[in-house]
Design a protein around this ligand. Structure first.
Ligand SMILES: *[C@@H]1O[C@H](CO)[C@@H](O)[C@H](O)[C@H]1NC(C)=O
Length: 227
């Protein structure tokens, strides 16, 4: 009898090993941040096109950021895991198209990618290594044709003004998830559509509704700047 109970107990523990959820990665979800170059360049700070030329008039990647449900986020988690360009050499031409830098002075983009890896990527080491971080981020961005979604809904980068709820509704209708929308101000104090943040589960595979509706935009008069 005792032996039988012991056997059952062992069996349960054994099964537990295979059914337990993956280890806690140390954060709750990711933001996939996409930025509109027209708004970036129209603020007071200057923008510089990368050495490869003017980026396409499309949303570019800003980063993939581990975040906590309480609104704060981990950063610079592993200074020993420095950015290594040789690890992403196969991705560079794609990164230049889809993750273009706009910072000055004009450069190839390595500084931008290095910053994103060291500040945010090193906090998701338990989920993916450096190559995986950039590869997964590119793959996630490819699953959402954000500019198409907005233009299909009549929201176009033509310097006209739009309402926050129309932007969010168009995205929800097309993707099934609710994003976070951030604006910045141009020198004339117009709020401009600057960044759209999609929330992604902690394994970096599924888009989810954002846990916090923390849009930083007015409800109306959001300019979609030309680029
Ligand atoms: C948010 O949650 C994280 C992880 O649980 C914790 O380390 C951090 O201190 C919390 N921050 C705030 C502002 O509550």
């Amino acid at each position: 009898m005792v032996a039988k109970v012991w056997f059952m107990l062992k069996l349960l523990m054994f099964q537990g090993l295979f059914t337990s959820p993956p280890p806690d990665p140390g954060f709750d979800f990711f933001y996939l941040a996409l930025q509109w170059p027209g708004a970036y360049c129209d603020t007071k700070r200057a923008c510089c096109y990368p050495t490869t030329g003017k980026p396409a008039a499309d949303f570019g990647i800003h980063g993939l950021w581990p975040n906590y449900n309480n609104g704060s986020y981990p950063s610079n988690c592993d200074p020993s895991n420095e950015f290594d360009p040789s690890e992403i050499s196969d991705l560079v031409s794609t990164l230049q198209t889809k993750w273009p830098t706009l910072s000055c002075p004009s450069n190839e983009g390595y500084k931008f990618w290095e910053h994103e890896w060291e500040k945010h990527g090193t906090c998701s080491e338990s989920v993916m290594d450096q190559h995986g971080y950039f590869e997964k981020t590119l793959a996630l961005r490819d699953r959402i044709n954000l500019l198409q979604i907005l233009t299909d809904a009549g929201i176009k980068p033509n310097d006209e003004f739009y309402k926050l709820k129309h932007i969010k509704k168009a995205i929800k209708r097309a993707t099934g998830v609710i994003p976070v929308v951030n604006c910045n101000k141009d020198p004339e104090k117009n709020s401009q559509l600057h960044e759209i943040l999609f929330c992604v589960d902690k394994s970096a595979t599924e888009f989810i509704d954002c846990p916090m509706p923390t849009d930083r935009c007015p409800y109306s008069r959001i300019q979609f700047a030309k680029f």
